[in-house]
Design a binder for this molecule. Structure first.
Ligand code: GLC
Length: 417
């Protein structure tokens, strides 16, 4: 089914290209298509308009892709496997660089296109594969805990740091206020992998190749207790059972409508929560995610990079646009309008960026403890193993011990490939 939807999406994208005429038209204008997920702030569309206005011989079109990273991935894979030239630039999730560069789908970045020294080290690492650079970092992400500062203040409570404090606060504050305690991304997709790993790391566990090789029993125990903890959140009513269908936006909406005390999500939520249409504007705080007693908080590193397709017919123009859309001005505007965290260090010194994002200091704490998902060209298989087993265990279809054993055995096989 997933493949079918992906193929349908790719065909739809291709039809748009055929209709609008990607590449060069009879008018001599070079047409470039940039595919990326939606930017609700409108900053990306405004930047493209500005670029087109100052480049009369070039017309860049923004091809908006489905927000869900897995759907986007499958559409791109279908499209690139068919060597379609209709899309010149792709925005890629940080977890795809190895897979896409190994398949020969994206071009190495020409020397000197961007100043590497201005980029944050995490995002810069994510664009490299076997010593070459295949993309330019666009924005970075890390899992954040959003909380209702008004409700915690009224109750005279501090932001909980450990999971046991956290569950107590949910009971004593959310239940009497008749709102949900904790909303996260539990649908069967990549976001669940991020939520699961954060919870696993925060109790001292991990599923790195080394741990799976040297201490598989310990890994099974930690994975099982993580799944059990996530299950308990649902069984005790701290999280609603519907959390198992939520992706980023479903969970974000409930929180900005004032229906939850805590939300785990990415930094983009901040500007929406503070918007005048939000029911919780001025009543939201951000903090690192909770951790088990004696352990520390971890956030999954996310983010998006931009690469030029091997099949682009206008690579020179595509690279020129890439330099613009990942340039200082573009990153500043997207930070100001959409709260997207810049990948350039210098953008954090821009006074307009800081004025629009006074909370960036809070993100700084979160960014101290970030971790990567497993880095492998077989990442989609690794992700499927986690998604399938964790989701089925959370819906009660699989026993948590059996799910943990499958994750550990199958991941060990993938990571040793
Ligand atoms: C965000 C992150 C991305 C992650 C995705 C999961 O878009 O930037 O890295 O894979 O969420 O849903």
């Amino acid at each position: 089914m997933r493949k079918l939807i992906a193929t349908a999406t790719a065909v739809a994208v291709l039809s748009i290209c055929l209709l609008t005429g990607c590449s060069t038209g009879g008018d001599g204008v070079i047409r470039i298509v940039f595919a990326a997920g939606q930017d609700p702030s409108g900053a990306t569309a405004a930047l493209i308009e500005e670029y087109n206005a100052s480049h009369p011989g070039i017309e860049v079109t923004f091809q908006v892709m489905p927000a869900n990273t897995d759907t986007q991935h499958d559409a791109y894979v279908t499209y690139l496997s068919a060597r379609e030239p209709g899309i010149d630039l792709y925005s890629l999730d940080v977890i795809w660089t190895a897979e896409f560069s190994r398949a020969g789908w994206i071009r190495p970045i020409p020397d000197g296109l961007f100043d590497e020294s201005d980029f944050l080290s995490g995002p810069l690492e994510s664009v490299k594969y076997e010593d070459a650079i295949y993309a330019v970092p666009w924005f970075t992400d890390a899992g954040v805990l959003y909380y209702r500062s008004d409700l915690l203040e009224n109750a005279g409570l501090a932001v909980p740091e450990t999971w046991s404090e956290f569950t107590q606060v949910c009971r004593s504050v959310a239940e009497p206020a008749d709102i949900t305690g904790f909303i996260w991304q539990g649908a069967k997709y990549e976001g669940l992998v991020c939520n699961f790993l954060e919870s696993l790391w925060s109790r001292g566990g991990d599923i790195s190749a080394e741990t799976l090789r040297n201490s598989p029993e310990r890994a099974v125990r930690d994975v099982e207790s993580t799944i059990d903890f996530m299950l308990q959140l649902i069984e005790t009513g701290i999280s609603p059972a519907s959390v198992l269908t939520y992706k980023e936006e479903e969970s974000r909406r409930l929180f900005t409508e004032g229906q939850a005390l805590f939300l785990r999500n990415w930094p983009y939520v901040w500007s929406i929560a503070e918007d005048e249409e939000s029911s919780v504007a001025g009543a939201v705080g951000i903090a690192p995610l909770p951790h088990a007693e004696g352990e520390r908080s971890y956030s999954t590193i996310g983010g998006w990079n931009i690469a030029v397709s091997t099949y682009s017919r206008h690579p020179e123009e595509a690279f020129e646009f890439l330099a613009f859309i990942t340039g200082e001005r573009s990153l500043s505007l997207r930070a100001i309008e959409g709260g997207y965290l810049p990948t350039r260090k210098s953008t954090y010194d821009d006074p307009d960026v800081l004025a629009a994002n006074p909370h960036y200091g809070g993100f700084f704490d979160v960014f101290q403890n970030t971790r990567n998902r497993p880095r492998t060209p077989h990442y989609p298989i690794a992700s499927d193993i986690i998604q399938e087993n964790v989701h089925r265990a959370l819906t009660g279809e699989f026993d948590s011990h059996a799910a943990a054993e499958s994750i550990v055995t199958e991941m060990a096989a993938i990571l040793s490939r």
